[in-house]
Each structure stands twice: as structure tokens, then as C-alpha cells.
Design a protein around this ligand. Structure first.
Ligand code: ADP
Ligand code: MG
Length: 691
């Protein structure tokens, strides 16, 4: 149960003044569902506002403070539609429109009487041939001078939100912060001279306060380390079962290839782990195409040889289905029974599977998260394989998988190459094996960087490619227009590109993205996999899986917007067959120095581990850990730099605490529980009760 002291933080955002049903959606889009999220919605950056005597002194796009005298109020032609404008004049007669959307117009009516000079602050823009400030802040005259030097926070927005709106929600959220006990080790806290939690949040919204931000990041890292260590401690406590296979099934496999050395090594390490009674907690790291599936199959066959069942968890329906098909084909000669369970299985089909799991007639189950629902019981689950999409969340799934009385062995697989220094942050103290050797015969993917405005040439290249009988992917950009602060839709971009390409290529084009129904998505995917469709337009949903060897061309729009790890994974969709493959990275505009180097690195190497390590060097951003906006990243507060600087201490601190007070019952232990709930790592706390 969540500690009561956190209740005000976990209240929904609609309990804040001014949040109605309309605002729920844009807030949810930013991941702001609770007061806590709002308080932690830290500024992306700060801009300095400059007080100017008249509008001639302000540059377009600049944050300014200026004294204006309203001359005229213009209500929208059609009430409720279109903005409310107040025309106002500076001291030398320049006219500027103060523009308000929606309810904000009420305050404009009241606060801007015609003929009375007022100080306003905001970004100076142009609307047609008129200057304008959208949703200006109204400033008390005597505070104007002070504000001019103050830093103005700039927050990430989504469509339907404005800076002042968000700022108002944040100040409400900050008022609700309770006083929480200190969870940071006192020595550490003193040494760093960090502010207390509540002060740190206030400070982090005020200006670029490194100490405050570090403290908040440290909290998050500490929470994560604690949760991972709790999972580890729990699995140590529980007895597992030793699985010893007799090779009967594995010997019947008839693979069309020789295992690589790395595959052999990994399998024998896994086999060694499975023979122990202590549950295995192992991570198999292997680049896209490194051949993880067959390693997983061997591991699962060991479990079945030992008379147990195995389950494989895939992140998406598409991937679950694909794994199911692949495994079933590979394992056909062994005669093991493999079933697929996704959220879509209903009625009789579902019941049949549930029965088969219970009576043991199903040996291996492949599925999405539904395979761990309460209604799913296994006769004797010996091994769980987690094929991971989300870069984080492995530990959470481990906690899920740990539900059985006797802990199953766990093998997590990831294709995200992460630098060694970050493995700990993401996976805690798991044992790791790396598939650092690609199967032979892979051809280098010819990677080129092309300006986006050569679109005609690109389309012509695609046309030649398709005419040659091969297939291609077209990946649409992640659109995020930071300028106006609005997040336009990736889906819309994909739809538009699809429509354009369809005019050129007709039915040869198909599309997948997150807003298509699962049935349509699957049908489209199947058409592409079968070769009936030649060109697949997609958002990044294809990042994770999808194995179509005859697809040998990949176009990635606005490649500079992607993380390198992500580009690498996308590119891994091609080069899977024996044909030469090409990847065209379209760059949207002029690149920064770093941007240029990053794309050059993609051109230069195909080694995912090297790309990950060097990307880490090139950028200090949080990109490698997943775009923060995606909601997938484990760390919402800590950026990559902070992870590197602060994680070792946080991890050591967490370990010390768990060693001394594994049940988290001391005073500091109680504070740590609060921290775990605060960062929604309560799955870690939940394990305490079992033990
Ligand atoms: P990933 O690690 O990305 O999951 P897969 O397991 O999907 O990779 O393997 C990619 C492709 O390589 C598959 O078509 C698989 O059959 C093939 N493959 C796996 N191991 C080998 C090997 N040792 N030699 C040749 N091909 C292999
Ligand atoms: Mg795979």
C-alpha cells in the first residue's frame, strides 16, 4: 500500500484548478497524469527575458517584457472559435496584437482595459504583418525590472497547452508537496550539499540549479537501484529448480546453419546456470541479427527436456506471432508443443490454451504480457525468456515472472546495445552474456546520408529497387516541433507519406503504425512479409522485430532526429538476406557538428556496441536511454550525464541500505519505501512482503 503521505502527489491532475476534461488529453500526452508528474515536469531550458523600451528593440522570437497600452479589443468573429485579440501600442506607436485562445480571453478582458498602460511579457512573434505575443504574462510594473533579469523556464508542451498554463499547473503542484523524510544517506547528503527534496523541486523550476537537479536525479537512480537489488535479493531467497536436460530434444533439431562461437558460448553458460537450483538471472545481449532466437530455443528445450515448461514474453503482438512461427518451424522435428497466447485470444481458443498450460500438454508458450496474467497458471514453469523491447522494465517483468512459488529461471534478451557503463543502470546485477559475433555471410549495409530535399531522387531509387524485384522499408520521422512547442503527430506524417507513395506505387505500398487496428496491422505486415506488398511505410513500430530477408532497402526520413541506437536497430531490418542492402539516411536540414558526426558514425560502422559507446561520447543527452517523451525510458529525471556521474554512488548507497536493512524497516528504510513509491518502483517493495 502506498504510504499515505504521498496521497496528495498521486492525486490526478484534474484535481488541479483549471484542468477540465479537455486538458486531460494534452496532459496525458506529456505523461502528466498525477500531481507528482506535474511537479516533476522540469523545464527543458531557461530563457532570459529582456525588458525593452519599445518594440523596435525586440527581435522576433525573443522573450521580452514591454509596456503597452491597449487600444482595441477584438473578439473572434465566431465566438468560441479563433483567438481573442487585444491590439496594443508601445510608447512610440508600434502596434502589437496580444493573442488569447480559449478561456484565456476572459483574463485579457479584465486585465487590459483600453487606454491603460500595462507591462506584458512573452515571446515576440509575427502574425501576418503584425507583431504579436501569444498568451502574454501580465507583469506588475514594479516587478518588471526584476523579471527582466530572471530566467524564464521553458517546458515541453503538447498541442492544447501553453507555457503559462503549464507554469500555473506546476506552481499549484509545488504547493501541494508534502514534507518527506530524507532517504539519501546522511553522509552523502552533507557532502554534496544538496537541498532537501521539496526545496530541490522548487529550485529546479526556478532556474538552472544544478545542485537541485542532481539531487532529484539521484533520487531516481537510487530508487531504480533499490528496486533492482530487491528483485535480485528476492530471487536469491526463493528456491528455484535445477534443470538438467538430456539433449534428447536438442539433438533432434535440424538447423540450416552452424552456431557461431558466441552462440555456443552463451548456450553453455545458460546451460550451466540452469543446472543450479538458484534461479538464473541472465541477460543475453546481442545485436540485431546476432541470432538470439535460437539461443532462446535451446534454453527452452533444456527446460522441456527436464520435464518443465518454458514461456517466452514478447513486447508486441507482431513479435509474439513472429517468434511463435519461427520457433514452431525450428522446433518441428522435436515434437514439442508450442502455443501462442496474446491478448486477442478469446473464448474457446483461450480456454484451450489455459487448459494445456495447466495439464502440461503445452511445453512452450509464446505471448505478450498476457502470459503472466493471474488467470494463467502453468503446471510447472521452469524458464521465462523475456524478449525485450523497452529498454527498461526488465526488472519489472522479472518481478512479474517471479510470481510462481518456485522461482523460474529467467533469461532476458535485448538487442539494444548499451555501453558497459550503463548496463548496471538498466539491468542491475544480472549476469550478462554478449553475442558479439554475427553469423557469417552477412553483408555490410551500404549506408548513405542524403539531404531530404533530394526526395525525387530517393523515390526514383526506391522505384528502381522495387523494379528489380526487391522490397523496401520507408521509415517516417518522429516529428517533434520544439519551436512552437507543439508535438505534431508521427502518425500524420506517416499517413501523408503513405498517400504520396501510393500515388506513385499503387498497391505495392502498405503501411503499419500504432493507430491501425491490430487486425489491419497484421494483415498489412503479412502482405509485406509474403512479398505481396513491396514497400512498407512505417513509423518506428518496425524497430523491434520483423524479419523479411528480401527487404534490402531502407529509407529513414529525418534521420538526425533518431537516437543512434534506434537508427541502428532500424537499419538492422535490412541486410538479413544474402543480397546487398542499402540504407538511406535522409537528413532534414543543416546538421550541427555533432549531428554530422553521428550520422557519419552510422555510415562507418555496423557494430552496435561501438555505436552505443561512441554515441555516449558524442552527446550528453538522454537519448540513448530512450527519448524521454516516449514514456518508455526508465529515467524521466536523470539524463545520461547524471546517470554516469551519479549512478555509482546511488548504487553503492542502495546496496549498503539493502545489506543492512533488507526489509526496509529502519527509519531510513521507511523513507526508502516512500522513495520507491514516489518513483513507481513499488514492484520492488511488493517483493518484500513475499519474503
Ligand atoms: P536476433 O538476435 O536479432 O533476434 P535472430 O535470432 O532473429 O536474430 O536471427 C537472425 C537470422 O539469423 C535468422 O534468420 C536466423 O535464422 C539466422 N541465424 C541465427 N544464427 C545463425 C547462424 N549461426 N548462422 C547463420 N544464420 C543464423
Ligand atoms: Mg530477435
Amino acid at each position: 500500500m502506498r504510504p499515505e503521505i504521498l496521497n496528495p502527489l498521486f492525486a490526478e491532475t484534474r484535481t488541479l484548478d483549471g484542468v477540465g476534461p479537455k486538458m486531460a488529453k494534452p496532459l496525458a500526452k506529456l505523461g502528466l497524469e498525477r500531481v507528482r508528474d506535474v511537479a516533476y515536469h522540469l523545464p527543458e531550458r531557461f530563457v532570459a527575458r529582456r525588458a525593452i523600451a519599445n518594440l523596435d528593440d525586440g527581435a522576433e522570437g525573443e522573450q521580452i517584457i514591454v509596456a503597452l497600452t491597449p487600444t482595441e479589443h477584438r473578439a473572434p468573429y465566431n465566438p468560441g472559435r479563433g483567438p481573442y485579440r487585444v491590439l496594443a501600442q508601445d510608447e512610440i506607436g508600434n502596434i502589437c496584437a496580444l493573442t488569447y485562445f480559449g478561456r484565456a480571453s476572459y483574463s485579457a478582458k479584465k486585465q487590459l482595459p483600453v487606454g491603460e498602460k500595462r507591462w506584458v511579457a512573452g515571446r515576440l512573434d509575427r502574425y501576418g504583418d503584425m507583431l504579436q505575443i501569444v498568451h502574454p504574462d501580465h507583469v506588475e510594473e514594479d516587478s518588471a525590472a526584476h523579471l527582466a533579469r530572471m530566467n524564464e523556464p521553458v517546458y515541453a508542451l503538447s498541442e492544447g497547452l501553453t507555457q503559462p498554463r503549464v507554469a500555473s499547473l506546476i506552481s499549484q503542484a509545488l504547493e501541494r508537496l508534502p514534507e518527506l523524510p530524507e532517504w539519501i544517506e546522511p553522509g552523502q547528503f552533507e557532502r554534496e550539499g544538496w537541498p532537501q527534496w521539496r526545496d530541490a523541486l522548487h529550485l529546479a523550476h526556478k532556474d538552472d540549479n544544478r545542485s537541485a537537479r542532481d539531487r532529484l536525479a539521484y533520487d531516481e537512480l537510487l530508487a531504480n537501484s533499490l528496486a533492482l537489488l530487491l528483485v535480485k535479493a528476492d530471487s536469491r531467497r526463493r528456491r528455484g529448480q535445477a534443470l538438467v536436460g538430456d539433449r534428447a530434444l536438442r539433438d533432434r533439431l535440424d538447423l540450416p546453419f552452424e552456431m557461431t562461437g558466441a552462440q555456443r558460448r552463451s548456450i553453455s553458460e545458460i546451460e550451466g546456470d540452469l543446472q543450479q537450483e538458484a534461479p538464473m538471472l541472465r541477460l543475453l545481449q546481442g545485436d540485431v541479427g546476432a541470432g538470439k532466437t535460437v539461443v532462446a530455443l535451446e534454453a527452452m528445450l533444456i527446460a522441456v527436456e527436464a520435464g518443465k515448461q518454458a514461456a517466452m514474453l514478447a513486447p508486441t503482438e507482431i513479435l509474439a506471432r513472429q517468434h511463435f512461427e519461427t520457433l514452431r518451424a525450428m522446433a518441428a522435428p522435436t515434437g514439442v508443443e508450442i502455443a501462442l497466447l496474446t491478448g486477442r485470444a478469446k473464448g474457446r481458443e483461450r480456454e484451450g490454451i489455459l487448459l494445456g498450460l495447466l495439464d502440461g500438454s503445452i511445453d512452450i508458450l509464446v505471448g505478450t504480457h498476457s502470459i503472466f496474467q493471474d488467470t494463467v497458471s502453468y503446471r510447472d514453469l521452469g524458464l521465462v525468456v523475456i524478449d525485450e523491447q523497452h529498454r527498461f522494465g526488465v526488472a519489472q517483468r522479472l518481478a512479474l515472472a517471479a510470481k510462481g512459488r518456485r522461482a523460474p529461471h529467467t533469461l532476458a534478451m535485448t538487442a539494444t546495445p548499451i555501453p558497459r557503463s550503463l548496463t548496471l543502470a538498466q539491468y542491475g546485477e544480472m549476469d550478462v552474456c554478449r553475442l558479439d559475433e554475427l553469423p557469417p555471410g552477412r553483408q555490410a549495409i551500404d549506408t548513405r546520408v542524403v539531404p531530404q530535399d533530394r526526395m525525387e531522387d530517393v523515390v526514383a531509387a526506391v522505384e528502381r529497387h522495387l523494379a528489380g524485384g526487391q522490397q523496401a522499408y520507408w521509415v517516417c520521422p518522429m516529428v517533434r516541433e520544439t519551436n512552437g512547442g507543439f508535438e505534431s503527430d508521427d502518425i500524420a506524417a506517416a499517413e501523408a507519406r503513405y498517400a504520396a507513395l501510393k500515388e506513385r506505387f499503387g498497391d505495392a505500398v502498405t503501411m503499419v503504425h500504432g493507430q491501425l487496428t491490430p487486425d489491419v496491422k497484421d494483415a498489412n505486415m503479412a502482405r509485406f512479409a509474403a512479398g505481396d506488398a513491396k514497400l512498407l511505410v512505417a513509423t518506428t513500430v518496425i524497430e523491434v522485430g520483423v524479419d523479411v530477408p528480401s527487404a534490402t532497402l531502407m529509407v529513414i526520413e529525418q534521420a538526425e532526429r533518431f537516437g543512434l541506437a534506434q537508427l541502428h536497430q532500424l537499419r538492422g531490418r535490412v541486410g538479413r538476406g544474402s543480397e546487398k542492402s542499402v540504407c538511406l539516411l535522409l537528413r532534414g536540414g543543416e546538421l550541427s557538428e555533432t549531428g554530422r558526426k553521428r550520422l557519419a558514425l552510422m555510415r562507418e560502422t555496423q557494430d552496435g556496441f561501438r555505436i552505443a559507446e561512441e554515441d555516449l561520447e558524442l552527446r550528453g543527452g538522454g537519448e540513448l536511454l530512450g527519448t524521454r517523451q516516449s514514456g518508455e525510458a526508465a529515467f524521466r529525471i536523470a539524463d545520461l550525464d547524471q546517470v554516469q556521474r551519479l549512478l555509482p554512488a546511488a548504487h553503492a548507497d542502495a546496496r549498503l541500505l539493502i545489506d543492512r536493512d533488507g526489509g526496509l524497516t529502519s527509519e531510513r528504510g521507511e523513507a526508502a519505501r516512500i522513495l520507491l513509491y514516489l518513483f513507481e518502483r513499488d514492484w520492488g517493495v511488493q517483493l518484500l512482503r513475499g519474503g
